[in-house]
Design a protein around this ligand. Structure first.
Ligand SMILES: [Zn+2]
Length: 138
């Protein structure tokens, strides 16, 4: 209930109420820690310059310059915008994984692995459905 109330209060920077646009699948992944099928997100193929925002609240989470092709089937980043995520350990699949979620709306985005490229060595494996890509205005 609290999550729903919070969602209503958050507006996209462009003035659109984000929660009105969330599909049931987005809500499931963001707020029930679901996972989209590998390879299902069109953002896997997004190569333009810009940034990626939280679908739940519009917070900027990743720059396109930190996106890379991991081959995992999910949009992958080696670095997030500073201070936008909180992490916790989940054991949903038996072995512990580091789950991360949006600090502002609490939306679950994915898991962090230690097999990313330099310089961070991290892989933010993000559900594409939880991200909104904003192309850079030229
Ligand atoms: Zn959020």
């Amino acid at each position: 209930m609290q999550v729903l109330l919070l969602q209503v209060l958050f507006y996209h920077p462009e003035g659109k109420l984000m929660s009105e646009k969330l599909t049931n699948e987005q809500k499931h992944i963001l707020f029930n820690e679901g996972t989209e099928p590998a390879g299902s997100s069109s953002l896997n193929y997004e190569k333009r310059e810009g940034h990626y925002c939280c679908a739940g609240c519009g917070t900027k989470l990743f720059e396109s310059t930190s996106k890379y092709e991991s081959g995992s089937g999910w949009p992958s980043f080696f670095e997030s915008v500073p201070n936008v995520f909180e992490t916790k350990i989940d054991t949903l699949i038996g072995s512990p994984r580091t789950e991360y979620h949006c600090k502002k709306c609490g939306g679950h985005h994915g898991h962090i692995f230690d097999d990313g490229p330099k310089p961070t060595g991290k892989r933010y494996c993000n559900n594409g459905i939880c991200l909104v890509f904003v192309p850079e205005k030229k």
